[in-house]
Every structure is written in C-alpha cells, then in structure tokens.
Design a protein around this ligand. Structure first.
Ligand code: 13P
Ligand code: SF4
Length: 301
C-alpha cells in the first residue's frame, strides 16, 4: 500500500500542482513541499509557477495573495479555517475611517492582511522588505502602517521615521518575552539571539539579528556561531535543524506555536488535491486594486 506521501506526489504530478509551504508549517509538510519560504519568497514563487494548481500550505492571506498574483490558477488552502488573527485585526471599514482621519497618509500594508484591506492600501510589504518599502516613500510623506504595530515600530525606529501605527499584533510572537531571553542567555552564553520583527520592541532590543523567517534561516546558515536562541514561531526549528545538523537551536518559548499554521496536515493536503478544496478566490471588485499594492511591493523587492 502506498504511503500518504507517495499518494500526494502521484496526485501532484497528475494534476500539475505545486505545493508551497511557509517556514512555520509542520516538518512533514515542509518536507513534501516544492518550495518552503517566507511570505515574500512564497508570493514570488506563486507569481512565476508554471503549475495549474497551487496548494498553499500556510494561512488564508498567503493563499489569497497567490490567487491575486495568479488569477488563472486554482489556489487551494487545505484547511479553510487556517487564518491569521493579526490579519483580522484591521477591517476594511476600520481602515476607511482611519484614512478619513489622515487623508494625506500613504497606507503601507503588511501582507498579513485581507485582500479587501490590501485593495484599500497604497503598497504592501513583508517582514523581509518593510524597511525598503518604507524607505521608498518620500521623507515628508505621512505613512499609516497597518496592521502590525511591532513590525511598524521596528521599521520606524530603524529608519528614525515617525509613522502612524495600527494597533494590531501577532499573538504568537507576543508570547515571546524579554525575560525568557535574559534567562536563556545565562544558560547559553555563546548563543546568538535571532528574532522576528513581529516580536515586541523589548525582545527585539535583546537580539543579535532581526529578520524574516527566511532571513533567520540565512543568518543561522552563514553564521560562525554554533548555538542560536530563536525568537519566532517554533515551526521554523525544523528547517533550521535540517539545514544545520551540527548546530543547536533553542526556542525562546514553545508557546510561540501558531495553531493556525499547524492546521495544515499531510492528510488535508491529500484531500485538497483529491477534491480540489478549499478554493481561494478573490472577488473581481477587489482583485485589481489589491494586485496593484502587491505588485508595487514586488517591483521594489
Ligand atoms: P515571514 O515568513 O514573511 O517572515 O512571515 C512571518 C509570519 O508571521 C507569517 O505569518
Ligand atoms: Fe498570523 Fe502570527 Fe500565525 Fe503568522 S505566526 S499566521 S502573523 S498569528
């Protein structure tokens, strides 16, 4: 009897599908993916794939972004409930009201947002290009950064630039506390501290390196250090350990576990390919404007 992995591979070929997986996915899902990466890398892969079907192992906004970039392809999210709580912290109505308060502000929208909110924004960014995107906007231009106040605050402090920050945040990354790092640094004095910019500012202040998930993987690969204290969602440990079997990685807290990301399993990927579910489509009324905001980002990346 063939294994679930064999069945997925067979069906993937038959349907001319590609599996894209985020760095926070379960290890076995990352292992079966054609490409594993951060939000920017995944959208770039989606934009250039020759496949007819994209099985998106990640959360809803990622599948939506892929669908916006490839409207002629079938984009499947293996669990329709895999959402991002931060993306739901800004609604279209709330953004429209805020824009009325700041009619001259350019809206920079973290890709962790709904398509409707992207459509109402000027340009998107991810954690790997946020600095570049904000820098591309003239100094005297007012900016409203949505929805992640942590990423926005990090960019603002690095660029010495004030921005209006939305009150959104990632509940998973906010479970990582500075006190955790302080006690771990005593236990592992030679370890480098790497964190994601969705962490709070006091956590970021203790880091040796701050980067997107793929940026964290690159740093750990290229660093001479043998030990790393890792401040991001724990799914990334699989990739870090796989790419660097001789190095040691310590999660700052196992509580940094995004249950939405973990909703995707091998079984659901197989069912998704069998039944072509769950199809993610963006209404035409939103699609065009959301694509402009995403494309502006990709052109600068
Ligand atoms: P990146 O992989 O782009 O750094 O994003 C992190 C994240 O939280 C995605 O939900
Ligand atoms: Fe959203 Fe945070 Fe989960 Fe990423 S890790 S999907 S930002 S809740």
């Amino acid at each position: 009897m063939s294994s679930i992995v064999d069945k997925i591979k067979e069906l993937k070929t038959k349907r001319n599908a590609v599996i894209l997986a985020h760095n926070y996915q379960r290890g076995e899902v990352q292992d079966i993916a054609d490409f594993t990466g951060d939000s920017l890398g995944l959208s770039q892969q989606a934009a250039k794939t020759q496949a007819d079907i994209i099985v998106f192992s990640g959360v809803h906004f990622m599948a939506e972004t892929a669908s916006i970039l490839c409207p002629d392809k079938l984009v499947l999210l293996p669990d329709e409930h895999a959402g991002c709580p931060m993306a739901n912290m800004v609604t279209l109505k709330q953004l429209q009201l805020k824009k009325k308060e700041h009619p001259n502000a350019k809206v920079v929208c973290y890709v962790n947002s709904t398509a409707a909110v992207k459509a109402e924004s000027d340009i998107c960014c991810t954690s790997s290009n946020a600095m570049k995107i904000v820098s591309s906007i003239p100094e005297d231009q007012e900016i409203l950064f949505i929805p992640d106040k942590s990423l926005g605050g990090y960019v603002a402090s690095k660029l010495h630039r004030s921005m209006i920050l939305w009150e959104g945040y990632c509940p998973t990354h906010h479970r990582i506390l500075a006190e955790h790092i302080i006690s771990m640094k005593k236990e592992y004095p030679h370890a480098r501290v790497v964190v994601h910019p969705e962490c709070t500012s006091d956590v970021i202040a203790l880091a040796d390196h701050v980067a997107s998930t793929t940026g964290i993987a690159k740093y750990c690969r290229e660093s001479d250090s043998q030990e790393f204290i890792v401040g991001t969602e724990i799914g990334i440990l699989h990739r870090l350990q796989k790419e660097n079997p001789q190095k040691s990685f310590y999660a700052i807290t196992r509580l940094a576990d995004c249950t939405n990301m973990k909703l995707i399993t091998l079984e659901k990927i197989l069912w998704s390919l069998e039944d072509l579910v769950y199809q993610v489509k963006v209404p035409d009324t939103i699609m065009g404007r959301a694509r402009i905001a995403i494309q502006r980002m990709l052109d600068l990346s």
